[in-house]
Design a protein around this ligand. Sequence first.
Ligand code: GDP
Length: 614
Amino acid sequence: MVDSEKKGNIAKVTDEKTGSEASVQKPNIIEFPPALSVRQLSDLLNISPVEVIKRLMRSGIMANINQVVDFKTAATVATDFGYEARLKHRLTGKGGRANETKKQQRAHQVEQTSGLVPRPPVVTIMGHVDHGKTKLLDAIRKSNVVDSEAGGITQHIGAYQVEVNGQKITFLDTPGHEAFTAMRARGAQVTDITILVVAADDGVMPQTLEAIDHARAAGVPIVVAINKIDKVGANPDRVKQQLAEAGLVVEEWGGDTVSVPVSAKEKRGITDLLENLMVVAELEELKADPSKPAEGTVIEAEMDRTKGALFTVLVSSGTLKEGDTIVVGENWGRVKAMFNDAGKRVKKATPSTPVEVLGLSNVPQVGDVMTVVVDEKAALAVIERRRQEAEKEAAISRTVSLSNVYDQISAGKVKELSIILKADVQGSIEPIKTSLERLSSDEVKVRVIHSNTGNVNESDVMLAIASKAVIIGFNTGAEPGAKSSAEREGVSIRFYNIIYNMIDDVNKALKGMLAPIFVEVIDGHAEVRAVFTVGKKEKVGGVFVTEGKVTKSSSARVLRGGQKIHESTVSSLRRFKEDVREATTGYECGVAVAGFSDFQVGDVLEFFRNEKSG
Ligand code: GDP
């Protein structure tokens, strides 16, 4: 993200009089061309682009890293950093773009004609429980709402915008990395920057580490808000130290992570935080073309008893207007009315703006994509295409498991095996992580994207879906909710208590040599109501399917008084003397079980299948 790499020796700094070493009293002379980009300016001054952008912002200039500033502006910045700027006269090149390469000039031309303009950043807040996420969202909202009439007191939708130095920032009001990753798991990534809240009196905690990994897995830059600095036990330096241990080195310590001390309670440091968000946003160069038909993502949806289906959309590009024909997921309709975050009716919504929309007859799903189309015919065509794509996707495996990773590598679908590692104690994590990552080869890289102590939880499962990762537990278990959502979503979790076995399995999986795990899936149950003899001595149970189904390929277990007395496969399945493939609940049929001829009325047949898993 923030490029703070110092490129030494680029600045041509000489002391005018002596021509040698710079004196302390006199400013160093530095030569600038008539115009130069922020990156060039920071290179010449040998300071990070973040510092340059911050300095420009203080003078009311919002610039991104590639933006070109004129000599006068550059000279003012230089003065602040102890230099005296002189104009460098060039023999070649013209005007402000003199220093740009052909490629940069082309990029500028494309930008000018394509209608791309900067858009507000979309920001999410994450952090450990009770570190002040909600309080901070509140403090930001109250300090700086765009719509002053609303006073920032009542917020109507799950996102809001604030203004800093005339620029807007959009905040999503669902704090926490769980919500963030759940959106990603549904295929929607709307966040541009994440604020990591760390309480200064409590320091980095397990969910702080989780949040860091979730943001990293999504490639979203992190701005740290060191909160609760008003508290007696607050120790921001200790937080910085702990963050460094987690791989986030703050700027003051030579890293590229922006950190801001705040107190959500006393509303201190909020403007500073917002300004820093703008700096990071500038570096991200977030752009969209407001002249195009709108696209967006649903961030919340509900059925209102009086208004009908309502949903909040965050416009990602283009401008959404009243009357537009929209397709949302597999629904379509027309925008009847739109309301902004203050509940005020608006006629249009530009990129990064959240609005509540009325106009669909069905409630869409969070994460659905909204697209503006020309008319009903186009809407129906888009829906048909989406259905076909959804069917195609359902047919292929969405998730990666140790059993299928080799096939996915061979098919070129996977170049990296992402692993989420949970262990009982911290001490086990590093050695396991190193051993796993050492299995990387030219074909596939093994990467532990998140590791932590404790049971596998639901946010691990969400992260696994969003990042197509497998979960490995060492000497640990899974929380019940996590287990069931992993089963539902097809996420692979494997547990080990011997490191060697774990490494061996992952190694075999990468080579396609891992024997799959089979799990038993119960198809259904039936009750024997009569016994028939077929041919010489084959016995068939005349059964009634009480639950689920029986298929010709099922395995069967005969239970008498709750005890298993036989287990093999279904050898024939008939209805009215006809062979059938399956019989479902409420039907009667004749079942023969291989190697069994001792049916009694009242026996229960349990039908099951063994399926590949993990
Ligand atoms: P969340 O779980 O991260 O959303 O945390 P909350 O926003 O609910 O805050 C947890 C507790 O910390 C609440 O009692 C807040 O009032 C308190 N709190 C939040 N920010 C600050 C702060 O800056 N200073 C102090 N002293 N307390 C705070």
